[in-house]
Design a protein around this ligand. Sequence first.
Ligand code: GUN
Length: 296
Amino acid sequence: MVAQVIDGKAFAAKVRAQVADQVAKLKEENGITPGLAVVLVGEDPASQVYVRSKGKQTVEVGMNSYEHKLDADTSEDDLLALIDKLNNDPAVHGILVQLPLPKHLNEDLVINSIDPAKDVDGFHISNVGLLGTGQKSMVPCTPLGCLMMLRDYHGSLSGMDAVVIGRSNIVGKPMAQLLLGDSCTVTIAHSRTKDLPDVVRRADIVVAAVGRPEMVPGDWIKEGATVIDVGINRIERDGKNKLVGDVDYASAAERAGAITPVPGGVGPMTIACLLANTLTACCRSNGLPEPEGLTA
Ligand code: GUN
């Protein structure tokens, strides 16, 4: 079997266009412009690239972008004071604090100081609990993007065997909750899992989110399975820098029914879902109906 390629770049463009349409409607009918505040502490080069990209795409869909760049030695009190200000600012509907934070700042404390209704990352313990109990919440962007692509490809996921490789709070755990919510039989595999190849071979859906280049070879993939590769790993091959996923794409594509490439798969969906979450947060806070097809 030669896999169908799930084009995340095209899908993300479609999501952004939907968001832009809804934003225009909100402005016209309700006089409201959604606003996203992004807080960056320090000068981590990868974080700077992400934050720039988030700001640019926020403006492109017609939303207001508020960037707050703080020095690497910013105190916890000063950061918490800024978050408190954003929590109370009616023009701000979404707040994102870019991770990782410098070591002297307590990440859990900072994330849990964000108003859960504005927590567009879905990292606040209230949102984690709401998602885990099947209640309306803000859903982490990367798993939400993966779910959208799976639903688009399969329609219903009910009864499918899904394996999530990786147990991070940002991807693995919320991904498993979302798949369970769509009635999959879910296994979370990790570095201590016995017989990982056999576990993966049983899966109709494989979501790989471990951050280890090409660790899943094609012969672990069940014939016809759907493979969602969350990994974005920079490697050097034949003297060149290259981005690869957690799955060995070439061999997996010979067995899978559908597969996301790296780059151009899950990656572009993350910011598209951040914009969708900001729109959702704005609609909820104004008592307006949620945008269709952009939530879990
Ligand atoms: N750093 C890497 N990915 C993310 C993300 O999804 N959200 C935040 N806040 N920081 C990140």
